[in-house]
Write a protein that binds this ligand. Structure first.
Ligand code: BGC
Length: 270
């Protein structure tokens, strides 16, 4: 991969598995020094340590850092540790996200709140911290065009309603206007803010949707391009959006979904 992010520093939240992991690896392959955030100790800590280790073994630079992105003090400590280790931050990938599906009549306030806390408030807290640090830096580092870049991990469910996942869809709909409002606010400071909206990507979060032939068959009816997405599809999109190649791109949502948002059920109908 061309080293389009050589010399840059990046923080990827929720990077111990799935899309976050692939984004962390792709940014590192493109030359960035990467902070691999994970939410808790135990298994997620071990996985994040492995992600960082694999990057280092492949010749890149990475560290694993724990923080719950929904907690203000932990987010502040996370950014401070990332910058102490790698230098001033250039790229934030606001990726951490969870699902807690439930029929609306059974959805507890705790289920609603936790998903909003992680998926939406977490992205706000990290974006605010990144903005503060980009602004404090004042001018872009030598050879870099923007002062900083933020990428929000949204979903096709920022536009596709999702029965039994009202909390999740509401969080992703919220990300759309959070991202665009910040893009409008921060463009004069040469800070670029964009989203990626993945469709069905083969990760642990949606295993049930792809791990049997029947489930995969049903899933593919929703994907005109005829295959499930792979985490690296998102990794490559993130590298491009974070790089100077995307210097004139701000306030946009890049759908990486094999056409899932093209209403494929309407082929030949309506
Ligand atoms: C969800 C996945 C789902 C995909 C397409 C994503 O945002 O996290 O569980 O497979 O959207 O529906």
């Amino acid at each position: 991969m061309p080293k389009v992010l050589e010399g840059r520093t990046a923080l990827v939240t929720g990077a111990s598995s799935g899309i976050g992991q692939a984004v962390a690896v792709a940014l590192a392959q493109a030359g960035a020094r990467v902070a691999v955030n994970h939410s808790s100790g135990g298994e997620s800590a071990a996985r994040a340590a492995r992600v960082a280790q694999d990057i280092v073994q492949a010749g890149g630079q990475a560290i694993a850092l724990q923080a719950d992105v929904s907690k203000e003090d932990e987010v502040q400590a996370l950014f401070a540790r990332a910058e102490a280790e790698h230098g001033p931050l250039d790229i934030l990938v606001n990726n951490a996200g969870i699902e807690q599906p439930s029929a609306i009549e059974d959805m507890t306030l705790a289920q609603w709140q936790r998903v909003i806390d992680v998926n939406l408030t977490g992205q706000f807290l990290c974006a605010r911290e990144a903005a503060r640090r980009f602004i404090a830096r004042g001018t872009p580092p030598e050879g870099v065009r923007a002062l900083g870049a933020m990428i929000f991990m949204s979903s096709v469910h920022e536009v596709i309603p999702w029965a039994f996942q009202a909390n999740y869809a509401a969080s992703k709909g919220g990300i759309n206007l959070l991202m665009r409002s910040l893009a409008q606010e921060l463009a004069p400071r040469r800070i670029r803010v964009n989203s990626i909206a993945p469709g069905a990507i083969r990760t642990p979060i949606n295993r049930e949707a792809w791990d049997t032939p029947q489930a995969m068959n049903d899933l593919l009816k929703l994907i005109p391009y005829g295959r499930i997405g792979e985490p690296d599809d998102i990794g490559r999109a993130a590298v491009w959006l974070a790089s100077d190649d995307a210097d004139y791109v701000t306030g946009t949502t890049l759908f990486v979904d094999g056409g899932m948002t093209l209403y494929p059920e309407f082929r030949g109908a309506g």
